[in-house]
Design a protein around this ligand. Structure first.
Ligand SMILES: O=C(CO)[C@H](O)[C@H](O)COP(=O)(O)O
Length: 141
């Protein structure tokens, strides 16, 4: 189960991501926002991140205009490792090395084809463990 969250600036890309997940028969829960009315990204980034941290969802994907504010928000939740990615190699590497459990995207920066490439990498790459597990264990204060 994938937790989704966005503000108004990420809503269009989040809707594209929902289509992608539907096409790949991957289940998701949308923690808002639900309309294009101006809203506050921490409300929805935190809700999605808490769903991942609690185990209710396995991974999360969050979107705001730049992806920055909503990734900062998600990373304030204990247990969340949210990676802001603008190309697929970063998405692959953050899974392999950081065991990222959330992905952040910028709705104004990422087109649909690039989003699909990033999603393919994020959702289909396994954590390598080993020395990377030791480092991930040191992240939480
Ligand atoms: O990217 C964001 C945060 O990092 C927000 O989407 C952005 O700040 C929203 O701005 P506005 O209210 O002007 O649409």
């Amino acid at each position: 189960m994938i937790a989704l969250g966005s503000d108004h600036g990420g809503l269009a890309l989040k809707r594209h991501i929902m289509d992608y997940l539907d096409q790949h028969q991957l289940a998701y829960k949308d923690y808002g926002c639900y309309t294009s009315d101006s809203c506050d990204y921490p409300d929805f980034g935190r809700a999605a991140a808490e769903a991942v941290a609690s185990g209710e969802c396995d991974r999360g994907i969050v979107v705001c205009t730049t992806g920055i504010g909503i990734s900062i928000t998600a990373n304030k939740v204990k247990g969340i490792r949210c990676a802001l990615c603008s190309e697929p190699l970063s998405a692959e590497m953050t899974r392999r090395h950081n065991d990222a459990n959330m992905l952040a995207l910028g709705g104004a920066l990422i087109g649909p084809n690039m989003a699909d490439s990033i999603l393919n990498a994020f959702l289909n790459t396994e954590f390598e463990g080993g020395r990377h597990q030791r480092r991930v264990d040191k992240i939480e204060p």
